[in-house]
Design a protein around this ligand. Structure first.
Ligand SMILES: *Cc1c(COP(=O)(O)O)cnc(C)c1O
Length: 382
C-alpha cells in the first residue's frame, strides 16, 4: 500500500504543494490592536486589563465560576494538584497515554503517578479500569482512599481529554466521588469540546487549560485554572501570584507561593484569539468531515467523536491497522511534506516513570502502536 492518495488529498485540502505542519496558529483578528494597546498603556507585565478580561471570558465560555490565568498549562496543573490537597508521597491516578506535562505536574508535587489504562474509543482514562484498580488496591478510610499495595494516599485523579476528544468524564467523577478522590481535569487540549452538552473543564473539582502555541487558540504561552469552587479558585489566584497578603504598599507573604502569572501581553493575544474560537471550531469541524469522508474506505480509520460528545478537533488523527502500517504511513507522509506524528510514548517507558505502579495498559499500548496525528490547522479561505 502506498499513501500517495492521502498525501495528495491533504495537499489539496490545504491548497499548497509546500510543507504542511501539524498545527499552525492563526492570527486573523484583533491580535495586533490589543498588543499595541499593551505597549501604548505600558501594561505589558503581570497585571492589566486583558488578564481580567480574559479570566471573565473564560468563566463565561466554559460556564465555570472562577478562572485564573497562568504562565502555562503545566504550571496550572502543578498548582491545581496542590489545591485539591496533593502532598509529598501521595499518589495520583492518571493515564500513561498523555503528554509529559500531566505526569511531570504530579512529580513537581513530590507525588507518585499511578498509570491506569485508557478506553480505546475515547483515548482517555477508562472508568472501568479505575474501578478495577480501586477494587483491587483501594482502601477507603476516613481521610481518603489508600493504596493497599503501597499504603500511600490516593490524593487525586487526573483524566486527560486526548486531542480534544472527551473522556467518559461524568463516570470518572462519579467513581472518584465514591472513593473520596478529587478530580483534576487535564483539559489542556480540549477548550471548546463538550460532553453531554457541557463544556469540558467544568466536570472536575478543578481543570486546567493550555494556550501554548500549538493549541487550538494561543497566548504565545499560557494556561488557565478553572473551577466551580470559588474557594479553590481564590486560593489558585493567591498561590499563583506569590501568596501576597493584600496591602496598598507592604509586602507580606504568608505561604510559599509562585510567580505563575500570565503577563498582560499574553492575555491580550488570547483575548483576540478567543474571539475567533467559534470560527476555528467550525472551520476545523469542516476539515474533520472531509477527512472522515476521504478515509471511509481506507485501512486508516479517521477518529471521530463519541455520539454524546462534541470534539473541538484540535488535533485530528487516524488509526492504522497495526504498528507496521503506522510506521509506513509516518515515513511516507513526512517524506512528501505532510507532517504527521505518532501519539506519545507511554509514560512508564520513560526513565522518570519506569517504576510507577500501573495496570496491564492493553488499550494504551494498542493506541500507541496505531494512532497518528495528521495536519489539523485552521484553513484561511480568503
Ligand atoms: C499542552 C498540554 C499541557 C500543558 O502544556 P503547556 O505547554 O505547559 O501549556 C498539559 N497537558 C496536556 C495533555 C497537554 O497537551
Amino acid at each position: 500500500m502506498n499513501y500517495q492518495d492521502s498525501i495528495n488529498f491533504i495537499h489539496e485540502q490545504f491548497n499548497t504543494n509546500e510543507f504542511i505542519p501539524l498545527h499552525a496558529p492563526y492570527f486573523g483578528g484583533n491580535e495586533k490592536k490589543y498588543l499595541n494597546e499593551c505597549i501604548d498603556t505600558t501594561f505589558v507585565s503581570s497585571v492589566g486589563a486583558f488578564v481580567d478580561q480574559f479570566e471573565n471570558e473564560i468563566i463565561n465560555y466554559t460556564d465555570t465560576k472562577k478562572a485564573v490565568a497562568v504562565v502555562n498549562g503545566t504550571a496550572g496543573l502543578q498548582v491545581a494538584l496542590q489545591l485539591v490537597g496533593v502532598k509529598e508521597n501521595d499518589e495520583v491516578l492518571t493515564q500513561a497515554l498523555t503528554f509529559i506535562a500531566t505526569a511531570n505536574a504530579i512529580k513537581y508535587n513530590q507525588a507518585h503517578p499511578v498509570f491506569i489504562d485508557v478506553d480505546v474509543d475515547t483515548m482517555g482514562l477508562s472508568p472501568s479500569a479505575i474501578i478495577d484498580f480501586l477494587e483491587e488496591f483501594g482502601d477507603l478510610r476516613e481521610d481518603g482512599t489508600y493504596n493497599k499495595k503501597t499504603n500511600r494516599r490516593i490524593a487525586a485523579c487526573v483524566p486527560m481529554h486526548t486531542f480534544g476528544f472527551a473522556t467518559r468524564i461524568d463516570e470518572i467523577v462519579e467513581i472518584c466521588k465514591r472513593w473520596n478522590i478529587p478530580v483534576v481535569e487535564d483539559a489542556a487540549e480540549s477548550l471548546g469540546s463538550k460532553y453531554k452538552g457541557k463544556y469540558l473543564g467544568g466536570f472536575g473539582d478543578v481543570a486546567v487549560l493550555s494556550f501554548n502555541g500549538n493549541k487550538i487558540i494561543t497566548s504565545g504561552g499560557g494556561g488557565a485554572i478553572v473551577t466551580n469552587n470559588i474557594e479553590l479558585g481564590t486560593k489558585a489566584k493567591y498561590l499563583t501570584t506569590t501568596a501576597k497578603v493584600p496591602h496598598a504598599y507592604e509586602f507580606f507573604h504568608d505561604e510559599l507561593g509562585y510567580n505563575f502569572r500570565m503577563p498582560n501581553i499574553n492575555a491580550a493575544l488570547i483575548c483576540a484569539q478567543l474571539e475567533q474560537l467559534p470560527t476555528f471550531l467550525a472551520n476545523k469541524r469542516e476539515l474533520a468531515q472531509q477527512y472522515k469522508d476521504f478515509f471511509e474506505n481506507s485501512s486508516l480509520k479517521f477518529r471521530w467523536e463519541l455520539p454524546e460528545s462534541q470534539a473541538n478537533f484540535w488535533l485530528m488523527c487516524v488509526e492504522a491497522e497495526n504498528k507496521k502500517e503506522r510506521d509506513l504511513f509516518l515515513e511516507t507522509t513526512n517524506q512528501y511534506g505532510v507532517m504527521t506524528r505518532p501519539i506519545w510514548q507511554l509514560m512508564f517507558k520513560l526513565s522518570m516513570y519506569k517504576d510507577c505502579q500501573r495496570d496491564a495498559q492493553v488499550n494504551a499500548q494498542f493506541l500507541e502502536d496505531r494512532i497518528v496525528n495528521i495536519p489539523s490547522s485552521f484553513r484561511n479561505k480568503q
